[in-house]
Design a protein around this ligand. Structure first.
Ligand code: CP
Length: 324
């Protein structure tokens, strides 16, 4: 069966979210509804406090074929806060190591009445392929698809920006680092574009710059100072070494920090009230100065806290009591 267009696969005939595979193709009203729902779950201090029974009787399975700390833990916490049963399949000891295909693993868990699969995979399109094969009552959530997309990260980044800045239209958002290999940058760019961001700048060394056609509407730059000037939001990305075969032309360590690291000194070029973001995992002293990551302009821990609320909102949309 040919791989479907993920943005066409994820909505039901009446426009409700069934799978979350990509932010591409989701309209502003749907993104706003997810952000509003997540916001309603946060306390004034930004902690998700609301527990509910919205997923009581449902089973959520986490299948991570790549490493994760934040995404895996926050999906598990989110599902448990809503009363779901949660299965965390340890891929290193699962029967995929004996040659079972991912689809056969999915069919096996589906026979045990799993309702939602949360999947991270390094092979592009895995989640879309699975979404095409699951039973009607089952939903698939993309927790990181190769270098293609990471939609719940994109949503939590949108929520973090909205909570700190109030809107998107008046903002200049600068994303700095290995944009070429970053699913985080791609989903952030898709979400920001849909929400009508004022200006989006993507700054990388030339060898880590994205194909312009994949980032419509963004200014693609190689000069960090130009990218930071007047920015309201600055997001640093790590170099995705695991996705890069040939590292020629990529400055390493100290050299990278000198040219592309975000520091207190460099942030003087940005707006005085600019916020600093990083999706994690962070390489302190490489893409970001350690004291900046822990300083007052940093909203990195807010991103993590907002991730639980966003994942609760997404789980509620696809499997909550009002979803069907
Ligand atoms: N931001 C992010 O996806 O982090 P993890 O790899 O720890 O899940």
């Amino acid at each position: 069966m040919p791989i479907a267009n993920p943005s066409e696969l994820q909505l039901t005939a009446d426009g409700r979210l069934r799978h979350l595979l990509t932010l591409h193709g989701l309209d502003r009203s749907l993104l706003t509804a997810l952000l509003d729902q997540a916001e309603s779950l946060l306390s004034a201090k930004g902690e998700p406090v609301v527990r509910s029974d919205a997923l009581r009787g449902k089973t959520v399975a986490n299948l991570f074929f790549e490493s994760s700390t934040r995404t895996r833990a926050s999906f598990e916490i989110a599902a448990k806060r809503m009363g779901a049963d949660v299965v965390n399949l340890d891929i290193r000891t699962s029967s995929t190591t004996k040659g079972e295909t991912i689809l056969d693993t999915i069919y096996t868990l589906q026979a045990m009445h799993v309702d939602v699969f949360v999947i991270r995979a390094g092979d592009a399109g895995t989640q879309t392929d699975i979404a095409m094969h699951v039973d009607d009552h089952v939903s698939v959530l993309n927790a990181g698809d190769s270098n293609i997309s990471h939609p719940t990260q994109g949503l939590l980044d949108l929520l973090t920006i909205r909570r700190h800045k109030g809107n998107f239209e008046d903002l200049t958002v600068t994303i700095v680092g290995d944009v070429a290999h970053s699913r985080v940058a791609r989903s952030a760019a898709e979400g920001l574009s849909t929400m009508g961001v004022g200006e989006m700048r993507l700054v990388s060394p030339p060898s880590l710059a994205p194909e312009p056609a994949t980032m419509p509407g963004a200014k693609i730059l190689t000069d960090l100072d130009e990218g930071l000037r007047g920015a309201d939001v600055v997001m640093a990305l790590r170099i995705q070494k695991e996705r890069i075969q040939d590292r020629d032309g990529i400055p390493d360590g100290d050299a990278y920090f000198r040219e592309y690291g975000i520091s207190h000194e460099r942030m003087k070029l940005a707006s005085p009230d600019a916020i600093v973001m990083h999706p994690g995992p962070m390489n302190r002293g490489v893409e970001i100065e350690s004291s900046l990551a822990d300083g007052p302009s940093s909203v990195i821990t807010d991103q993590v806290a907002n991730g639980v609320a966003i994942r609760m909102a997404v789980l509620d949309a696809v499997a909550g009591s009002k979803s069907k």
